[in-house]
Design a protein around this ligand. Structure first.
Ligand code: NDP
Length: 236
């Protein structure tokens, strides 16, 4: 049994974040999730927070610290898409995706780093996407936001690596959640043709990898991009 840690998963009320929270709970950790609506899995602490709002993040961390102690493992998972072809993409659709997926990750990482530096221990896992490095038509905003998380994790690694803190990126391929359910059937079938595994993954398949990267055992892995994509992004 590894040391029980205090874990925070942003966007842990559904999809991949919910599965990640479930996995950390199953491994005996203290788990908090942020949600704008709904709840995390049974046994987790749900705190309201919007990652586009630094004050709400600060309040969420303060509540978690009071109930569960300082956050030792942070999973920056909250994310959105606002797909559209470049020629038609509005500046708002670009800015909203960056604000949630990239600046949102920055806001939570910054707030979490305080406690991690003090404890000289931390695991930061940023949920990116295969699209970050592979690209995706109609996803100029989304892929830019997800690629930037790689630079973020690597800079955190260089800044904080000597303090027992790791920062890694997990890059899922297509996962069965509300986000992919929104894609038209024909598009889903087309994507599956290009995935060597021939299928989408379950959120649990991502959660198992995230829980391991976020574990004590993964102390010597930092600045890495770990794909969970059935082979879709090989070489990217
Ligand atoms: P979902 O759309 O199912 O869930 C998104 C989660 O993010 C929800 O919990 C949502 O909260 C939360 N969220 C969105 N915006 C905010 C915000 N401003 N503040 C706080 N929480 C917010 O997505 P997935 O589970 O599919 O995706 C989770 C992560 O994995 C995302 O970062 C996504 O980009 C990434 N990913 C997903 C893939 C997939 O195939 N599904 C593939 C690769 C990466 P609420 O319920 O309140 O809206």
């Amino acid at each position: 049994m590894t040391t029980p840690r205090t874990v925070l998963v942003t966007g842990g009320n559904r999809g991949i974040g919910f599965a990640i929270a479930e996995e950390f709970l199953a491994q005996g950790h203290r788990v908090a999730v942020t949600a704008r609506s709904g709840q995390g899995p049974v046994g987790s602490l749900t705190v309201q927070a919007d990652v586009t709002d630094a004050a709400s993040i600060d309040a969420a961390f303060t509540a978690i610290e009071a109930e569960l102690g300082p956050v030792e493992v942070l999973v920056a998972n909250a994310g959105i898409t606002r797909d559209g072809l470049l020629m038609r993409m509005s500046e708002d659709d670009f800015a909203d995706v960056i604000d949630t997926n990239l600046t949102g990750a920055f806001r939570v990482v910054k707030r979490a780093s305080k406690g991690m530096l003090k404890a000289r221990y931390g695991r930061i896992v940023l949920i990116s996407s295969v699209v970050g490095l592979y690209g995706g038509p109609g996803q100029v905003n989304y892929s830019a936001s997800k690629a930037a998380l790689v630079g973020m994790a690597r800079s955190i690694t260089r800044e904080l690596g000597a303090r027992g803190i790791t920062a890694n990126v997990v890059a899922p391929g297509f996962i069965e959640t509300d986000m992919t359910a929104a894609l038209p059937e024909a598009q889903q079938a087309e994507y599956k043709k290009n995935i060597p595994a021939g299928r989408f993954a379950t959120p649990t398949e991502v959660a198992k990898v995230v829980a391991w990267v976020g574990s004590d055992e993964a102390a010597y892995i930092s600045g890495a991009v770990i794909p969970v994509d059935g082979g879709l992004g090989m070489g990217h």
